[in-house]
Design a protein around this ligand. Sequence first.
Ligand SMILES: [Fe+2]
Length: 283
Amino acid sequence: MARPWIEFLYAQKLPWNTGLYGGARADVESKILSIDYTAGDSSTLIRYPAGWERTAPEVLTAEEEFFILDGSIEINGRTYARECYANFPAGYVRESACSPEGCVALTFFDSEPQLYDDQSVEYDKKDLIEFLNTFDMKWDSATADPSLEWMGNRRKVLKWDREYDQKQTFLFTTPPHIYPDNWACPTLTHPCVEESFMLSGEITGPFGRMNEGAYFWRPEGKPHGPFGTRGGGFTFIRFKYGAHVNVWGKNDVPYHFDFEYNPELPPNLAHLGDAPYEGLERF
Ligand SMILES: [Fe+2]
């Protein structure tokens, strides 16, 4: 089984639950954005309450990739503030951790995160990204597809997929006033999963206008677009489980900025598909 198609939901509309699935952190709150119930991998928001701390070492059975959305968390003496990023392989030891002011972290597990008793688990050091302050990184405008140059995107690559030799996790910006030439272009399809969380701004496409907190998990083989934005968008993106190849549709699809919210949601999330963004808090 894989994760269901979600395009798109507002993270703010999901309730916070006590604890984290897998049982490793009973004293946080979390909300699962998407999950493969068979394999256990997920994309999850974790809220660490102010004053949270771990004084004993913690080792997880899953890889934990995270990006701080709010507040800060200190792990092994290093402070991860807003927009800091890390990727800890399964087996990475957190000797200590705390969050004096509280923290919200966009977090990705590659399987169900359970506690390891063993603190000497081997892992490939090439999988470890211990700390990135993404503010200190420079934007680049490299693109693999000249057909997308009109979008004017810039990116900061956070994690490289060694299996497919491509960017896997990255920050992505689109400037304001972007729309296809003549207000039409073909759809795009990839043989990989595309996952996105809107950090700020907006991006508009046939499923509606994605504002801050909009999240999608788009399985491989799903045609999407066209996209554009009036005000510009700042997005956290991951490509997973396949090659990021752009397969363009054969026909132009009309574009405009006024698509109504019309999401693709699995039955257990269908109730989130009503009126979208207006009036929502940040989380
Ligand atoms: Fe795409």
